[in-house]
Ligand binder design. Structure first.
Ligand code: SF4
Length: 323
């Protein structure tokens, strides 16, 4: 066997809540869900017990669409705060609960309003495309939002020859590879995706030459170059579905949580993570007991000043209108 032989991801090795505690908590969450007329939206990076209680599990674009169309009175959002904010921007009449308001994406904190205004001054004819991984106030000074699932389409939909792209420099550089427009990007990045090293991908490819490598565009350029395909988490789910007859093994270059989703959908396939450190500590601040607490207490909830919300809504709605 290879000296550093790598195995498929095995969630059963993770610390699990005691079975009785887990089933009690899940039962109470289900009761509260019907009492509150709530829907639970869970991001693909949630730990397994939280994906299991989600009414819907998906990427940020899929979750934003669900938040916009749900008839529930309360949205319990299991993800990071910019996602809960997007739900609130779209559905101000609904209460948006989040188990942990400290779950703030570090990339979203890297670009603030003054930096965006400075870029606008520097490139006055370039519209601002804000990745959804931004604070609501940054969306409010942007022209249109995008997610990793639709960034290429959004930039292509704009008539301008140059755009300002915030905050992710890796996603901005990926978009630049696919467009003749000039992209002026900011210098934010995802610390979790930047922990994926091309050496780890190459090592897995050497061990499993028959594996298909699928990575997220928040990864660095050398990792993207080593991949067979690049996509958002929702895109990776669709790619595995499309390629399942051709491949038995997949190397997944994104946060570990997505592998649980893929294992549920394709229990006969093997999924490998480039390294054990591709875990987002912010996403992992969400835990089952906190979900239960936030539903019992109907707090904490996402609140956005109305002036900011209305302006941010324009940028989010423009994104949603691009098919
Ligand atoms: S995975 Fe990266 S972009 Fe997503 S919440 Fe974590 S730090 Fe932010």
């Amino acid at each position: 066997m290879h000296e550093h032989s790598r195995r498929p991801v095995d969630f059963s090795a993770d610390p699990q809540p005691e079975r009785e505690t887990l089933s009690k908590a899940v039962k109470r969450i289900q009761q509260l869900k019907s009492e509150l007329n709530a829907i639970i939206l869970a991001h693909n990076y949630m730990v397994p017990p939280l994906q299991d209680i989600g009414d819907f599990v998906g990427d940020s674009l899929e979750l934003a669409r669900k938040a916009a169309e749900t008839t529930a009175d309360v949205i319990v959002f299991l993800g990071v705060t910019f996602m809960g904010e997007t739900a609130k921007i779209l559905s101000p009449q609904k209460q948006v609960l989040m188990p942990r308001l400290e779950a703030r994406c570090p990339m979203a904190e890297m670009v603030r309003v003054p930096q965006v205004l400075k870029l606008k001054d520097q490139y006055p004819s370039a519209p601002v495309v804000a990745y959804v991984n931004t604070l609501a106030e940054v969306k409010a000074v942007s022209d249109i939002c995008c997610t990793s699932a639709n960034a290429l389409q959004i930039v292509a939909s704009l008539p301008d020859d140059e755009v300002i792209f915030v905050p992710d420099r890796s996603l901005g550089a990926y978009v630049q590879r696919h467009t003749e427009k000039t992209i002026h990007f900011a210098h934010g990045y995802c610390p979790t995706h930047h922990r994926i090293r091309v050496e780890d991908i190459m090592e897995l490819k050497a061990q499993y030459p028959d594996a298909c490598v699928l990575v997220h565009p928040e990864c660095t350029g050398d990792v993207l170059d080593a991949a067979d395909r690049i996509g958002s988490t929702g895109g990776i789910v669709r790619m595995v579905e499309e390629l399942k007859d051709k491949y038995q093994r997949f190397v997944i270059g994104t946060e570990k949580g997505l592998i649980y989703r893929l294992q549920q959908l394709h229990p006969d396939k093997e999924f490998y993570l480039p390294s054990d450190v591709v875990v987002c500590p912010t996403m992992k601040k969400n835990r089952l007991e906190y979900v239960l607490d936030c539903m019992e207490n109907r707090a904490p909830e996402i609140e956005i000043p109305e002036g900011v919300r209305v302006k941010a809504l324009e940028a989010v709605e423009k994104m949603m209108a691009v098919k």
